[in-house]
Design a binder for this molecule. Structure first.
Ligand code: FRU
Length: 485
């Protein structure tokens, strides 16, 4: 076994990367990702010291799910970022096999980071410790250690991903868990001071048999009396129009009764993203907005990401604001993401044509497309990369959207299919990066995230119809690359 790189060398390699860059055509321009290693869940999301703090899971040593660190970038405008830096290293007895996911809490002018210390004992037996560390404005960090030493009776060691929320000036912590019958659950702890934690118990929901593990819980207040419980259940059976990825991420909305420890009258589970590559989202509040980042990736799907051949894997989504309307969470790109717009290259209103084709010089674009659908049954949008393409079909009659990746040579293939309400208008808001496409449908009613690995740089977009294509509005912007300095 070769020796692991030293932290000094990791620092040097990061610096070298940002000085020299690399020209790989799949390096994303505006999605947060790492020069090397494996990135996964967003962690500790906070607005602290007048900056957005975006932490995430990172294995700096390779593209395996091992030796997870917390890495950090900060920004104010989502264009200029600080260089990524490691803040939590798995080197104590309580986190030696991974500083797993968790959240941030700004308190007394400090940023407290709550995370799960993953420890493999003899015979590979798992132990999960809930831990806390304090991050200071000068960039230093101090681990305080374990705050919850073990899962309660009746639960397995799949016990992780602390998320703190406040209610009536009391702190609550939601923890992803699995009971001894191997069912996914969420446990709630309570604290007056965010230091001493007492178990309240398992949150009661109508989801009695809903997968074998609930990862990355979030409890988000979305109105005077409603909470969204957002989590990533593992082990749901795939259906024709939902649960098509190996694992899911989504939410239920209900009334949170913390006395009876129950999420009452909650809605049915709804997935947050119907694409191929989305998992483990985390939500934080800033300026009265609930902002979410997700991981563009999924556990156990590594073979679908050819960038691992070049030593790096996975990204974060762009930040999305969750808006509560009609018992649904609409997702909108954070307004500040408009800072990425470099120049507007298309601005069309009221155009009718048979087949709209557009050749784009750059593959880093934001596209807002609003189509008239009153006399239309079917729209096809084709993203063409020389002889490869991704096909998006919006079927108004069936109220179904299909995304087909099977005409790409490299990476994951197959289709994703989901229900979408389409009446007289179809609105698509798309963010295309070097190897990620995020599409927001009907003002964020649905979203799909996917990765793609074209052989050629150039992109052609074709919009076709069963009838005539009526474009109410089409705007396209070239987007800039974010900077890490
Ligand atoms: C979700 C997850 C979390 C865990 C982390 C480890 O992707 O499995 O449950 O804390 O990743 O990297």
């Amino acid at each position: 076994m070769p020796n692991k790189k030293s932290y000094k060398d990791i620092g040097k390699d990061l610096d070298n990367y940002y000085i020299n860059k690399d020209k790989n055509i799949w390096r994303n321009k505006f999605h947060i990702e790492m020069p090397f290693g494996l990135l996964n869940d967003p962690n500790g999301l906070s607005y602290y010291d007048n900056k957005f703090h975006i932490f995430y899971q990172w294995n700096p040593f390779g593209c395996e799910h091992k030796t997870k660190h917390w890495c950090l970038v900060t920004t104010t405008n989502f264009v200029d970022f600080t260089r990524p830096k490691i803040v939590l290293k798995p080197e104590e007895w309580f986190d030696k096999d991974g500083c797993y996911s968790g959240c941030g809490l700004v308190k007394d002018d400090k940023l407290k980071l709550y995370y799960t210390g993953n420890v493999k004992g003899n015979n590979n037996e798992r132990k999960s410790y809930q831990c806390v560390a304090t991050y200071y404005k000068d960039g230093t960090i101090q681990k305080q250690g374990v705050i919850i030493g073990k899962q309660p009776e009746g639960y397995t060691a799949h016990f992780r991903d602390p998320y703190i929320f406040m209610n009536d000036n009391i702190y609550y912590m939601a923890l992803g868990a699995q009971n001894n019958k191997l069912k996914g659950k969420v446990l709630i702890y309570r604290s007056k001071d965010s230091t001493e934690w007492n178990l309240l118990g398992e949150l009661k929901t109508d989801m009695k048999d809903f997968g074998h593990m609930w990862e990355c819980p979030n409890m988000v207040k979305i109105s005077e009396d409603k909470y969204a419980f957002i989590f990533s259940p593992q082990g749901l059976e795939g259906k024709e129009l939902k649960y098509q990825n190996i694992f899911q991420s989504g939410y239920v909305i209900g009334t949170l009764d913390l006395k009876e420890l129950e999420l009452k009258r909650h809605s049915e589970f709804k997935e947050l993203d119907m694409g191929f590559d989305f998992y483990a989202p985390q939500i934080f509040e800033h300026d009265s907005e609930n902002i979410m980042f997700g991981w563009v990736g999924l556990p156990d799907k590594g073979c679908e990401y050819p960038t691992s051949n070049y030593g790096w894997m996975y990204s974060l989504t762009i930040p999305r604001v969750l808006e509560y309307k009609n018992n649904i969470l609409y997702q909108k790109p954070l307004k500040r993401i408009e800072n990425l717009r470099q120049s507007q290259i298309v601005n069309i209103k009221n155009l009718s044509c048979n087949d709209y084709k557009l050749n784009l010089q750059s593959r880093y674009v934001e596209i807002m497309l609003n189509l008239e659908m009153d006399e239309t049954d079917l729209i096809e949008v084709r993203f063409k990369f020389s002889d490869e393409y991704i096909l998006l079909t919006c079927d108004k009659k069936a109220q179904i959207v299909t995304i087909d990746r099977s005409n790409m040579c490299l990476g994951g293939k197959g289709i994703r299919k989901f229900k979408l309400e389409i009446k007289d208008k179809l609105k698509l808001h798309m963010f295309i990066d070097s190897s990620i496409i995020e599409i927001y449908y009907q003002d964020g009613l649905e979203v799909t995230t996917l990765v793609y690995f074209p052989k050629e740089e150039q992109l052609e977009i074709e919009i076709k119809n069963d009838n005539e294509v009526k474009i109410n509005e089409l705007c396209i912007w070239n987007l800039r690359s974010v900077k890490y300095e």
